[in-house]
Design a protein around this ligand. Structure first.
Ligand code: ZN
Length: 240
């Protein structure tokens, strides 16, 4: 058993007893964890009302071995999510982010970049950010950071660049990306997607720390128009 301190976002709380909660947290250093918070339901409990949904807290916990729940021993509120006081749209956007993270992230698998990106997205939703655009960028960045980003240029079967001879791309639901004309007849579970939508998705899911991809990706095919540009820097200022 070891004591660990880190920063956490509250993703879910479930009543465990008349006085205690089980909390699911996305932490900066430990990934997603579940922990028992004894006394958290008492009016004057040890956590001072810090364990509300999407609150950002500085926590200390005792890391229990095996499948035993970790024990939360301290939680200090750093920032409370105030979407409910702004609008139903911002509140539900917050719920959406919490649920996506709870379902997509594995236990004890730290993703510091994902944690920082989530804080930025929550700041936009809690502030004056455009909710729909923020959620789109959040989804796309989640896919990239967790290794699920769709292939939007290269065929998922043969690996060659998928030519744009048709107005819409063939997209493999099984392969998670585009399929070229040669490979298309042999594939099942295909849908079509517009190239503009795929370009926009690639931009939204691109690494904000990397140089813009437009020049590099069009260098070998100057006849193609540049991908639709989305202002990721404006969506997530903290990431630029
Ligand atoms: Zn192919």
């Amino acid at each position: 058993m070891t004591n660990q301190s880190t920063t956490a976002i509250v993703l879910r709380t479930v009543d465990f007893s008349e006085t205690s909660l089980i909390v699911t947290l996305l932490t900066k250093d430990l990934g997603r964890i579940s922990a028992l918070a004894k006394g958290a339901r008492r009016l004057k409990g040890p956590f001072e009302g810090s364990l509300d949904l999407l609150s950002v807290c500085a926590i200390t916990l005792i890391d229990k071995p095996g499948d035993t729940l970790d024990l939360l021993t301290e939680s200090k509120l750093r920032r409370r999510f105030r979407g409910a006081q702004r609008s139903m749209e911002r509140l539900y956007a917050g719920y959406y982010i919490a649920e996506m993270l709870r379902l997509l992230v594995d236990d004890d698998d730290p993703h510091r970049e994902l944690f920082d990106m989530t804080l930025s997205a929550m700041g936009m939703i809690d502030g004056e950010g455009d909710v729909a655009r923020t959620l789109l960028a959040f989804d796309a960045q989640c896919l990239r950071l967790l290794g699920h980003a769709p292939a939007t240029r290269r065929c998922t079967v043969c690996g060659r660049d998928a030519e744009r001879s048709r107005r819409r791309a063939s997209f493999s639901l099984v392969g998670g990306g585009v399929v070229c004309e040669n490979c298309r007849p042999s594939q099942s579970h295909l849908m079509t997607a517009s190239w503009d939508a795929l370009d926009a998705l690639r931009e939204l899911a691109s690494d904000p720390e990397s140089p813009p991809s437009t020049a590099e990706e069009n260098a070998d095919n100057p006849s193609q128009p540049p991908p639709t540009s989305f202002p990721i820097g404006r969506l997530f200022p903290a990431m630029t």
